[in-house]
Design a protein around this ligand. Structure first.
Ligand code: AMP
Length: 287
């Protein structure tokens, strides 16, 4: 198939860690497509949208140039490319930090001490900008990957790389000297906003999935006397829904709670005297 000029074009990573995450997000948002093997394009079912499969690092510049209308990529890659794009939505996945790292045993304590040394990275623009503002002029060794082994290879004195869990650093006996920035996967749009009605529908649909993934629905019964205190523990996204129970001294509360906080909140509600505390998964929402 070929791209249609009337369709909104969304670029997503063709491979790598973001490829699956982006495909899953779009499908959960009801934007389903089938990619034929090795095909560069796929048409979204029942929507005037074409999905194109691209290199993650090319997506910022291709959105900025208008070759595609929207794209899913890492905020780190947008900063590195210095492309002019609109950030429409943080997607709640791919969280990482870009960090300057040195050997565990290195005596270097600040970025300024890197002055005159060699720094290997796939992020030369971010690295250079950051180090110059910290008074260090370095020799940049620009690579497309495997940056973490460059100190062991004798090519660099420090590296600048993405860190997620830190296990790659530990395996290579490196430590974080300082952070350049924190990033996540984002949905971006060309500033001309072609086909903005469809584009805004895509944003709303993805937003529904992103919020649903970040929250659970909690239901519990609480005595009316303790309701105000319970509402302080669970203020909700907007405000909790409170319904009457047969026993007029009690009520039922239904409220959205951040997933990571659910267990702690359940414990606090139980300690307050709440009963029948239930966590329910939300798969999609419109708020
Ligand atoms: P970790 O060992 O979990 O700290 O992950 C570090 C390795 O994964 C490095 O090689 C990074 O380049 C890569 N990495 C971590 N987070 C991301 C991300 N959000 N996007 C692309 N690569 C990443």
């Amino acid at each position: 198939m070929t791209l249609s000029a009337e369709n909104l074009r969304i670029g997503i990573p063709s491979k790598g860690r973001l490829s699956e995450l982006a495909g899953e997000l779009l499908r959960d948002a009801g934007l389903s497509f089938r990619r034929q093997e090795r095909s560069l394009f796929a048409r979204v079912k029942d929507m005037p949208i074409d999905v194109t499969f691209l290199r993650t690092e090319d997506i910022p510049v291709l959105v900025a140039e208008g070759a595609i209308d929207m794209g899913i990529t890492g905020a780190d890659l947008i900063q590195e490319s210095a492309a002019t794009v609109n950030n429409r939505l943080n997607l709640g996945v791919g969280q990482c930090r870009l960090a300057i790292c040195v050997p565990d045993e290195s005596s270097i304590q600040s970025p300024a001490q890197l002055n005159g040394l060699r720094v290997a990275t796939s992020f030369p623009h971010c690295t250079d900008t950051f180090l110059r503002t910290h008074g260090a002029k370095v020799h940049l060794v620009t690579l497309s990957g495997s940056v973490e082994v460059m100190i062991a290879l004798g090519v660099a004195d420090a590296i600048v790389d993405l860190v997620e869990t830190g296990s790659t650093l530990a395996a290579n006996r490196l430590r974080v000297l300082c952070e350049i920035g924190r990033y996540e996967t984002v949905l971006i749009q060309n500033p001309a906003k072609r086909l903005s009605v469809v584009a805004d529908r895509v944003v709303r649909r993805l937003e529904g999935v992103v919020i649903a993934r970040a929250y659970s629905l909690l239901e519990y019964n609480i005595s009316r006397k303790k309701l105000a205190e319970a509402e302080k523990i669970t203020p909700g996204f907007n405000s909790p829904t409170v319904s009457s129970l047969e026993d007029s001294e009690w009520c039922a509360v239904r409220v959205m709670v951040r997933r990571g906080e659910v267990i702690g909140i359940m414990e606090r509600l139980e300690a307050l005297g709440a009963t029948a505390i239930l966590e329910m998964q939300i798969t999609n929402c419109r708020l």
